[in-house]
Design a protein around this ligand. Structure first.
Ligand code: NAI
Length: 345
């Protein structure tokens, strides 16, 4: 029996992890608290910890986990910026879930877009109060509109297919365009200039941080709709708010927000929100915010749980080699995976 302390557990995590855990003799200790220096002791007697995006796995936490005999940090997310992978090297193995359901995220992006364009959020509230007026609910056809997709990886490609199904014209920008994909690639400037709708599907890194800033918004079409299901910091939120107030941006659909870490995933109703910018964005009639839920489908949760349990088994059983291991040493995880014939350490 492999024992795993499961930090930041949410009700929707449990059934899939319990299911795959039971199948493979992996026992999860579900803890609602996040992993930090103050809560690390709760992993006592366990073989591994399972963590999510807001658990703070810094060098001190890693050292304490190591002293306690923990051998594995299993991220149940793709991103791993919250884990000091360098500090873990030579002490504790780190694994993640690189992909779980690109359909979940692409479909959520389209759900947000349709909600915004057809004013579904307003209609829903109205009819619940028996207000059947149509005033102010006029939308527009997606058919024939130009959508600019930034990032044509797993999620971006599926979003493109969905848009094509709606009869939209698709243009795209990617730092590494996919050859022979049949996608019409343009420069970022041209994409900003031509798109009626812009949807972000690229990772957050130094070159993409605030790629949607004042200058970018100035160069967009009046009334452009911006959809972000990737990472909040791709957009300068203040510039976005100003663009909305100036009527330059027609609508924004946001599943992510730069300062979401201490806000999203929790019930904050009944509390005063200490984020003026987010409050102002949410108060705009043409802004829709969901709290980083694009991944949240049964299929994705099942894939996350199955992959995480397989990652754990690979590390403790079999040959100890896990395809989803993260190690800073070679600096090129993709190449390392192909060449690696044994454990990282
Ligand atoms: P992917 O790695 O398959 O595709 C990313 C694409 O972005 C690649 O084609 C890459 O060449 C491109 N790219 C890299 N740098 C770029 C740049 N500077 N400019 C333009 N394009 C660039 O990733 P995938 O699976 O499609 O995920 C995309 C993003 O979706 C992730 O980075 C993540 O931030 C976000 N995501 C959001 C979730 C949510 O629940 N809201 C869940 C999962 C992912």
């Amino acid at each position: 029996m492999i024992k795993v302390a499961f930090y930041d557990a949410k009700p929707y995590d449990r059934s899939s992890f319990e299911h795959y855990g039971k199948l493979h003799d992996v026992q999860f200790r579900f803890l609602e608290i996040k992993l930090s220096e103050d809560t690390v002791e709760l992993a006592r007697d366990c073989d591994a910890v399972c963590v999510f995006v807001n658990d703070n796995v810094n060098a001190k936490v890693i050292d304490r986990l190591y002293e306690m005999g923990i051998k594995l940090i299993a991220l149940r997310s793709a991103g791993y910026n919250n884990v000091d992978v360098r500090a873990a090297f030579g002490k504790i193995h780190v694994v993640h879930v690189p992909a779980y359901s690109p359909y979940a995220v692409a479909e959520h992006a389209m759900a947000l877009l349709l909600t915004s364009v057809r004013r579904i959020h307003k209609a829903y509230n109205r009819t619940r109060e028996f207000n059947f007026s149509l005033s102010g609910l006029t939308g527009f056809d997606l058919h024939g509109k130009t959508v600019g997709v930034i990032g044509t990886g797993r999620i971006g490609r599926i979003f493109i297919d969905i848009c094509r199904g709606f009869g939209m014209n698709v243009i795209a920008y990617d730092a590494y365009p996919a050859p022979d994909s049949g996608i019409e690639y343009v420069t970022l400037e041209e994409l900003f200039h031509r798109s009626d709708i812009i949807s972000l599907h690229c990772p957050l890194n130094d070159s993409t941080r605030h790629m949607i800033d004042r200058k970018a918004i100035d160069s967009m079409k009046k009334g452009v709709i911006i959809v972000n299901t990737s990472r909040g910091a791709l957009i300068n939120a203040e510039a976005l708010l100003d663009g909305i107030r100036a009527r330059k941006v027609g609508a924004a659909c946001l599943d992510v927000y730069e300062e979401e870490a201490d806000i999203f995933f929790e019930d904050r109703s009944g509390h005063i929100l200490n984020d003026e910018l987010l409050s102002r964005l949410i108060s705009m009639p043409n802004v829709i915010v969901t709290s980083h839920q694009a991944f949240l489908t049964e299929e994705a949760l099942n894939n996350i749980a199955e992959t995480t349990v397989n990652n754990i088994l690979s590390c403790f059983e079999k040959d100890g080699l896990c395809d989803n291991e993260l190690c800073y040493r070679c600096g090129n995880i993709e190449r390392c995976r192909k060449e690696r014939k044994e454990r990282c350490f």
